[in-house]
Design a protein around this ligand. Structure first.
Ligand code: NAD
Length: 357
């Protein structure tokens, strides 16, 4: 499913490499033998995957610049000369988009547009994968599953800026990339979890902070059901896409793709916390404190991933137990002060081995 020979020595640029998903993707690329470079702002949380794994060491170039700035981005790209770009740099939070709407819109729409312009400008770029989200779909809360052709929308500025980025990407594809020797795809996935995510407002951050120190965990929306997915699963989809659209040889792989989790992975927040607490061998108490219905974040939606399964051969392999076990193992190793670069690399290797990748 991944052609390891393809990735050997490929020059890859990952935007958002200092973040949770971008960090894991960078490590995976390095494991596959690619020459990885990054372009992002520096990590904003004290604890973060990038610093804890000492990831800095793997990069050919490590640019800490704003994706909104086309000049800085162009200069960086001229040095890196990437053949493949994975674009993950973004303001990725719904709640943060209420605090910083202007920055959210600029980072998510202009950042993406800048990357698309880079692909037009530089001939050495042969494939671009733009990462958006399941929140790009017009969500009227009727709990339907979305496929790639469903209408896009978004009420909050995170969702609408990502939907805009998605629409802009598809528009660039039709207008400029159809006959280029560079493929262009957009990948949509939902909330994912895994070791090393300390992003604000995420349940995993609250859980790991409590469970690592045996402190009480306050749960405010216990019955809210989410489709939990390990970060390796969407990343696998991004990697498969990056390879398939290379040089635009197989045009059917351009365009939009969903990478949703196993249906059996839907558990509510309270169940999620209970299972993770057990796996992290914690004595924390779970305290449920119901909050008034906060409509700012829409109820979770589901993705139909038949297209990815049928055409790409992508699969969602991990059930909820395996997803939480991998996550708990990472945090427990961190607690024991183990070498987190090696621990993380081993998790990627094991995931590939067990799934015959
Ligand atoms: N984590 C999830 O569950 C999830 C779900 C769906 C989609 N996504 C998407 O995946 C991508 C990565 O998300 P994440 O969870 O790793 O987020 P993260 O916050 O951990 O990482 C975001 C990255 O983007 C960089 N960044 C932000 N604004 C920037 C700017 N103006 N200029 C340059 N770099 C900037 C940050 O420095 C960081 O490297 C985002 O595009 C997000 O929308 C994430």
């Amino acid at each position: 499913m991944i052609n390891k020979r393809f990735w050997q020595g490929k020059k890859v640029l990952i935007t958002g490499h200092t973040g949770f998903k971008g960090g894991w993707l960078s490590l995976w690329m390095k494991h596959l033998g690619a020459k990885v470079s990054g372009y992002s702002l520096s990590p904003i949380t004290n604890k973060n995957f990038f610093n804890i794994t000492k990831l800095k060491n793997i990069f050919e170039y490590d640019f800490r610049k704003n994706i909104q700035n086309m000049n800085d981005l162009s200069k960086a790209v001229k040095k890196i000369k990437p053949q493949i770009i994975f674009h993950l740099a973004a303001q990725p939070q719904v709640l943060e988009s209420y605090n910083n709407p202007y920055n959210t819109v600029l980072s998510n729409t202009m950042g993406t547009t800048n990357i698309l312009e880079i692909g037009r400008k530089f001939k050495f770029v042969k494939s671009i994968v733009i990462i958006t989200t399941d929140k790009v779909y017009k969500n009227n809360e009727r709990k339907i599953k979305f496929n790639e052709d469903d209408p896009l929308g978004g009420d909050d500025l995170y969702s609408s800026s990502k939907a805009s980025a998605d629409i802009i990407t598809l528009s660039y594809l039709t207008s400029f990339y159809k006959n280029k020797k560079c493929g262009l795809a957009v990948a949509r996935a939902g909330n994912c979890i895994g070791g090393g995510d300390w992003t604000k407002y995420r349940i995993l951050t609250d859980c790991s902070n409590s469970f690592l120190k045996n402190k009480n965990l306050i749960i405010r929306n216990p019955k809210s059901k989410r489709p939990w997915q390990h970060v390796f699963e969407p990343l696998l989809g991004y990697i498969m896409l990056g390879e398939k659209i290379f040089k635009n040889k197989y045009k059917k792989f351009n365009g939009a793709w969903n990478f949703g989790p196993n249906v059996s992975n839907h558990v509510n927040v309270e169940q999620f916390a209970k299972i993770l607490k057990r796996k992290m061998k914690s004595n924390s108490k779970l305290i449920v404190r119901l909050k008034k219905n906060d409509k700012r974040e829409k109820t979770q939606l589901d993705l139909k991933s038949q297209k990815s399964k049928k055409l790409l051969g992508w699969r969602s392999f991990l059930n909820i137990n395996q997803t939480l076990q991998l996550t708990a193992d990472w945090y427990l190793a961190f607690k024991k002060d183990q070498n987190m670069f090696e621990v993380s690399k081993r998790q990627v290797k094991d995931f590939m081995k067990h799934n015959f990748l």
